[in-house]
Design a protein around this ligand. Sequence first.
Ligand SMILES: C[S@@+](CC[C@H](N)C(=O)[O-])C[C@H]1O[C@@H](n2cnc3c(N)ncnc32)[C@H](O)[C@@H]1O
Length: 432
Amino acid sequence: MATVKKDITEVSDKITRVKKIVKKRAERLKEKELLQTPISEGVSWKDLNFSHPERTVRIGTVFSGIGAVEHAFQRLGLKHQIMFAGDIEPKCKQSYFANYAIKEEDWFDDIRNFDATKYLHKVDFVIGGAPCQAFSMVGHRLGFEDARGTLFYEFARVVKETRPKVFLFENVRGLLNHDKGRTWQIIHDIFEELGYDVKFHVLNSCDYGIPQHRERVYCLGFRQKTKFEYPAPVPLEYIMYDFLEDYIDTKYFLKEKGVKFVTSHKNRDKSYTQINGDIQLCQKRNQQFNWHGDFVFHPDSELTPTDEAFDEFIFDVKDVEEKYYLSDKVVKYVLAGGTKNFKTSTKTDLDIARPLLQSMHKMHRAGVDNYVTHKGRIRKLTPRECLRLMGFKDSFKIVVSDTAMYQQAGNSIVVDVLIALLKQMDITKYGI
Ligand SMILES: C[S@@+](CC[C@H](N)C(=O)[O-])C[C@H]1O[C@@H](n2cnc3c(N)ncnc32)[C@H](O)[C@@H]1O
């Protein structure tokens, strides 16, 4: 019987071709967008207890700002020690030192000059959100050393030098899509290259108790391989009005030009501005100066005529500010039910806004059904309200100017999201 001779070269060519295809596919697979770590379907983080409340967690923060995570530890009443913190902005240092216990020698200004090696294995948890404009690693796949020159590199370097048990890297949501996802892939790979088990998910603060639309990516790195799922959203129990102050300095009320800008259809339709919203637009560092963001409409028609002290105050205000009140025309325009935001909020004022109603018994007789027919004024949020809407309690001391405080609040991480994460990961496990 004649045998068919196998052409070995042909087979090997085929193998080479197949190998090439497999390699390409594998590469393409690697290029694919990384998947977010799942959200927990188990017990809500709200009902979880810390396993080791007796332990002290040693924390180190970079790009520290006003110390959102430090405030989260304070709010949770957890034992912690600030090993280091720093920010290039001197006014952040002022705010930070007024609110947290830290030694001068543990503070650094520019992260690029911060040698963190002396904290090797002395810190359990490192946290930082590098300013987002710092990422331009466009193009090639880079390793840790190639990321040099970016502020992300500085964060990664501090992790490398200190080797914490856990780190949290927070940033804007857009970072995940930057350069078609490649920037995130690089960051992710670098964290893995440093030996961390990396998780990430985009969380919106309005899903964690704070009425603000603020989506951020929260990336956690665990030195040990760790089972971790992100905290599940919880229903929002408060609206923005619940965070407002009772008495407002007249300086926060808008003058004519501001009112026109804020109430313009264009700006409201594009969500540049919002009046009496239930959920705050994302707080930005500059919003209070260019009239972008959230504003509050104050009806001033139901003043208590018998409350002399208050009348005096109000008359003073009127004397000075009469020209800033909305004209009837503007009021009609503003309250014409033009946008869905406004309709909702008007209704909300009537039904829910308890803290405001508490002040209303002093300020405005709660004949709120007259609401839409009366004059009023529009104001911006105060720095304290901006802080509250970032999860900072009033125990947080304001020691800088309004301008600086708005910027610092707008730059911060929402404390309530951090609380959800700290509970979900049971941060006390990493304490000593
Ligand atoms: C997005 S904010 C982070 C705020 C912080 N997470 C908080 O809780 O308030 C970024 C911060 O990085 C600071 N920063 C920018 N460049 C820096 C540098 N080279 N060294 C140290 N801090 C820097 C900014 O001043 C700013 O406060």
